[in-house]
Design a protein around this ligand. Sequence first.
Ligand SMILES: [Cu+2]
Length: 273
Amino acid sequence: MKNRKRFLPLALAISGLTSASPAWSDLALNMTPGVTAMSREIYDLHMLTLWICVVIAVGVYGVMVYAIINFRKSKGAVPAKFTHSYTVEVIWTVIPALILVAMAVPAARTLIKMQDTRGSELTIKVTGLQWRWQYDYIDDGVRFYSTLKRDANAARKKGSGVDPKTVENYLLDVDNALVVPVNTKVRLLVTGSDVIHAWWVPAFGVKQDAVPGYINEVWFNAETEGTYRGQCAELCGMDHGFMPIVVRVTSRDQYKTWLASQRTQTSSLAQAQ
Ligand SMILES: [Cu+2]
């Protein structure tokens, strides 16, 4: 009876977690396969490594549990007296080394591909600054800032009186999204203007440090139209959590129209200055 009482809260907690509650079904623990060939490749590498780790863990813990149960003192087990074994040492050095090489080869291949910006059709300079992003379409003369949306910025302030739950895409929306055409190899030149930031959009498999004084190159080619969100992934100061990234992937025609409207805005701004 006493035991049953002790285990009741645990049983309730487990049943609460495993029942089909909405909170549980929304819980996505794994990586997203994303919407680019590169993000899918990264996802496959991640799954490969995960399953290798699972097999190793099952093997190691299996042997350990087997030994604990079958060779326990109460069963009359007598400890072995040997000090070392060359054969075992060679096995436990060579096998892990082979596993590491087997994982490193495809990972290195993917890393090299991620840096290969040859054949890109569009170049955008991305500058991280406290606490927003600047996008510069360097071949098209379009440049703008991308800042956390005003309603979310107001709601996040202490004593604002606004319930963040009423703000759509709270802390994940910006005033001016980065717009790119679908099925286009987009090269990003990522840099920072004050401290280190990082431009991270999980659906593209892109996470690139934005370091002042350096220009890091990265690319993506989104295959599906839509809105993709990311965040700064390098602690960059007080408002690090308030500089989201939004990328709108549109058709090529829509992109052309958008670019033309932005060009007019940028040139009228330049004239006004
Ligand atoms: Cu940051």
